[in-house]
Design a protein around this ligand. Structure first.
Ligand code: HEM
Length: 321
């Protein structure tokens, strides 16, 4: 929960202009709701609902919690928007909501521009949820890989000690001097494969792709798992191997098949922010702590599959370095 809250605070500052304390029970409950709802959305009950909504609407089951879950998050956002409306100073926007409110005012005569309160609510929801869940889940994978592969963790820490030391915090400027750590973070994203099926999209017009015709309104899934584990692209696709991102001299190398953020027009708009967060959180944690399995517990890479592919809850020991 601490990592989830810390990560969420980054996007909360940008969107709501505020962070939430680790002791804020209401916010902790909201994070749990987001977590559970995203899990349920990828489950079998949600699948049944999508196939037969006219029947499933009346059938009891966990799929009903998906609706109440999002209602809870939307209510939270609506309250924040109302608060912003009360004290928004158009000459000095504080955050995403203020900027959007200014655009609503600017475009009030043109309804086609799309700047209205409903869109503000759903754009805020997208940024808040996407910015919270994905980066947290990637960090859970990162720490899980570190307790499964302590020798890799030791190499990251050795690089950290040489480049950053222990008296200051790591910064993005250190990133280029830390190829091994960068390779480990990239390999975490590849093997963590947190959005294997990508986000569902729909063809807006008849389209030709690779000789196939995709009629208008067809739902399209550009699966990311197929590239992240492509046997023609990766030397050891099913093994956690930071060398995938290192050349002969140990320098960082980019790979064409590294597409956890997808690509094209709908590529993740949070890619750059997420990359910064992953580097800063991961390095700050490994600078201060060594992570290991609790005594008597066998390390495992068990996962659960909802809308995201995430590790099953696990315990770990954090020993101060
Ligand atoms: C490790 C972290 C992240 C991963 C792996 C990730 C991955 C993705 C992927 C695969 C998509 C779908 C792209 C497509 O449809 O082709 C997406 C969409 C999106 N992401 Fe991220 N994301 C991450 C972090 C973030 C962050 C921090 C934000 C917040 C700024 C964010 C905001 C969004 C939004 C708003 C969309 C929907 C964009 C649209 O509908 O056009 N993501 N992300």
């Amino acid at each position: 929960m601490l990592i989830n809250n810390a990560v969420s605070n980054v996007i909360c500052c940008l969107v709501f202009g505020d962070r939430f304390e680790y002791s804020d029970d209401q916010f902790q409950t909201l994070l749990k709701t987001i977590n559970e709802t995203i899990y349920l959305e990828g489950g079998v009950w949600a699948g049944k609902y999508n196939m037969m909504p006219w029947v499933m609407r009346w059938v009891p089951g966990p799929h009903r919690r998906i609706f109440s879950g999002w209602e809870e998050v939307i209510s939270f956002i609506k309250i924040r928007i109302q608060e912003h409306k009360k004290d928004n100073d158009t000459s000095s926007p504080r955050d995403f909501i203020d900027c959007f409110l200014n655009e609503i005012e600017k475009w009030e005569d043109d309804t086609r521009a799309g700047f209205n309160l409903e869109n503000l609510c759903f754009c805020t929801l997208d940024l808040f949820v996407a910015g919270t869940e994905t980066t947290s889940t990637t960090l859970y994978w990162g720490l899980l890989f570190m307790i499964n592969y302590p020798e890799i963790q030791a190499k990251v820490q050795a690089e950290m000690d040489a480049v950053v030391g222990s008296s200051r915090q790591p910064s993005m400027e250190d990133s280029d001097s830390m190829p091994y750590t960068n390779a480990v973070i990239h390999e975490t994203q590849r093997m963590g494969n947190i959005i294997p099926l990508n986000v569902f999209r729909m063809a807006t017009k008849d389209t030709e792709v690779g000789g196939y015709t995709i009629p208008k309104n067809t739902i399209v899934l550009g699966t990311l798992q197929s590239v992240l584990f492509d046997e023609s692209q990766w030397e050891t696709p099913h093994t956690f191997n930071p060398a995938h991102f290192l050349d002969q001299e140990g320098k960082f190398r980019k790979r064409d098949a590294f597409l956890p953020f997808s690509l094209g027009k709908r590529v993740c708009p949070g890619e750059q922010l997420a990359k910064m967060e992953l580097f800063l959180f991961f390095t700050s944690l490994l600078q201060r702590f060594t992570f290991s399995c609790p005594p008597g517990v066998e390390p495992s890479l068990d996962f659960k599959m909802g809308s995201t592919h995430s590790p099953k809850p696990y315990q770990l020991c954090a020993t101060l370095r």
